[in-house]
Design a protein around this ligand. Structure first.
Ligand code: NSS
Length: 427
């Protein structure tokens, strides 16, 4: 039975638990074994004068991370961290572990080397549970509204976000790349299924060693026909609001354990504050930032705009030259595009990039040429504008960026079980 079930049975119930030894401490009179399973941890107490000698010795000698079965009775105990403990009568050692290499004083790089073991820690377990809830909530948001989940390919011939961050692949002697974004495929599927979303890994060969970049991340990419820039922003803000509510409903305990006050996340509600890129640049210039209209924002700019906020900020209508080729020109101001970024509060940085899509093939061709792209690779994409093209919009949400903000995690690598960063791709 799971620890959670045992606690539900309550005072005096006979229980048989199995799991791993999380902590262990013993004197010559009593052995404390803190047992861990998928539902939590619980203290199991073996008293020398109450159990058989052999049982006491096994419990007193057990090493951390050994796998065991423990029998006993459950008791409420105010001093126990979870309010319960087990008065143990028997222990069956399934596997007595070797000395566990992870101890309290280990360095970050050691923990990354031992990631396959570190994922058993409380911090990682809480993070993974929150992560699962966030992903579920995101999927359900779209499914409940009739959007269809689709699967774009991960091996591609062309760039979606420019050539500089592509991982090359030898595809039987031809050049291929790991996908940076499923967007172009999601657009193609939009003309088939209207409202679609993809949730898949994206790859970015970015050497930048920052706290918000990984080279492999999970990318949620919704795309919809008949949706314009305004509605696109509304969808993004409602999605974030929905995810925040679900996480607080289902994972408040884990959030608190990770050091995030659930109230802060509970108070996030759409619509968010919005500002145009032009307004943001004016604000930044007033504060002495050396930014010119046309420059993209870096970390310091995003931090300044959001560090004192409790809710995300949506910044819209960036200059054409700062953004990707597929974004629709603003008919009122062709030097800017109908796009937006949703920037997390407290300086956590951009979480979403989205836009209405350009439908004029000549504009697309001119922009691709400016980027120096090989047009042959985009023939299929340009085809989409020839056969029943309609206004459409979409966006990309980096799940790890969202998790980092929601869980108040210092580094993005701790939002995914096995992170990929410029200098690490194992374990
Ligand atoms: O480059 S994006 O801003 N936009 C796209 O890829 C569009 N093609 C998405 C779309 O419209 N379907 O990336 C989108 C998001 C960005 O806001 C981040 O949250 C995340 O993807 N992202 C990353 N997360 C973690 N690590 C890295 N390196 C990274 N790069 C982008």
């Amino acid at each position: 039975m799971y620890i959670e079930e045992a606690e539900e049975k309550g005072e005096g119930a006979e229980v048989k638990l199995r799991g791993w030894v999380y902590r262990e401490r013993s004197s010559n009179k009593v052995a404390f074994v803190r047992l861990r399973d998928k539902t939590g941890t619980i203290q199991c107490v073996f008293k020398e004068d109450e159990v058989e000698e052999e049982t006491f010795e096994k419990a007193a000698d057990i090493r951390i991370e050994s796998s065991v079965e423990i029998e006993g009775t459950i008791h409420e105990d105010e001093r126990a961290p979870t309010g319960y403990e087990v008065h143990a009568s028997n222990i069956n050692v399934i596997h007595n572990a070797e000395r566990f290499p992870i101890t309290d004083d280990k360095s970050t790089s050691f923990l990354l080397d031992k990631r396959h073991l570190w994922i058993r820690s409380g911090k990682m377990r809480n993070m993974m549970k929150v992560r699962e809830t966030i992903i579920d909530a995101a999927r359900n948001f779209f499914k409940e509204r009739g959007w269809i989940e689709v699967q774009p390919p991960l091996i591609t011939a062309s760039a979606c976000e420019g050539g500089s961050t592509l991982f090359n692949l030898d595809y039987f002697g031809e050049d291929a790349y790991l996908s940076q974004s499923g967007q172009m495929y999601a657009e193609a599927l939009t003309f088939s299924l209207e409202k679609v979303f993809a949730f898949a890994p994206s790859f970015r060969a970015e050497k930048s060693k920052t706290k918000r970049h990984v080279t492999e991340y999970w990318h949620l990419e919704p795309e919809a026909a008949w949706v314009d820039h305004e509605e696109n922003m509304e969808i993004q803000e409602k999605l974030i609001e929905h995810i925040c509510q679900k996480v607080v409903e289902e994972r408040s305990e884990e959030l608190e354990a990770l050091g995030r006050d659930p109230e802060v996340i509970a108070s996030v509600s759409a619509p968010f504050d919005r500002m145009t890129y032009t307004e943001a640049v004016e604000k930044l210039q007033e504060e002495g930032f050396g930014i010119e209209w046309g420059d993209d924002f870096g970390t310091p700019e995003e931090r300044f705009l959001t560090e004192d906020r409790k809710e995300p900020l949506t910044v819209e209508k960036y200059p054409v030259e700062a953004k990707s080729f597929y974004m629709k020109s603003d008919p009122e101001k062709p030097e800017q595009v109908l796009c937006d970024d949703v920037i997390a509060p407290e300086g956590y940085g951009e979480m979403i990039g989205g836009s209405e899509r350009e439908t004029d093939n000549q504009v697309l061709i001119d922009r691709l040429k400016e980027e120096g792209a090989d047009l042959d690779h985009y023939t299929w994409y340009l085809d989409l504008r020839k056969y029943g093209s309609v206004p459409h919009s979409g966006f990309g949400l980096g799940i790890e960026r969202l998790i980092r903000w929601i869980t108040d995690m210092d580094h993005i690598r701790d939002t995914i079980p096995f992170p990929r960063t410029p200098n690490r791709f194992q374990p």
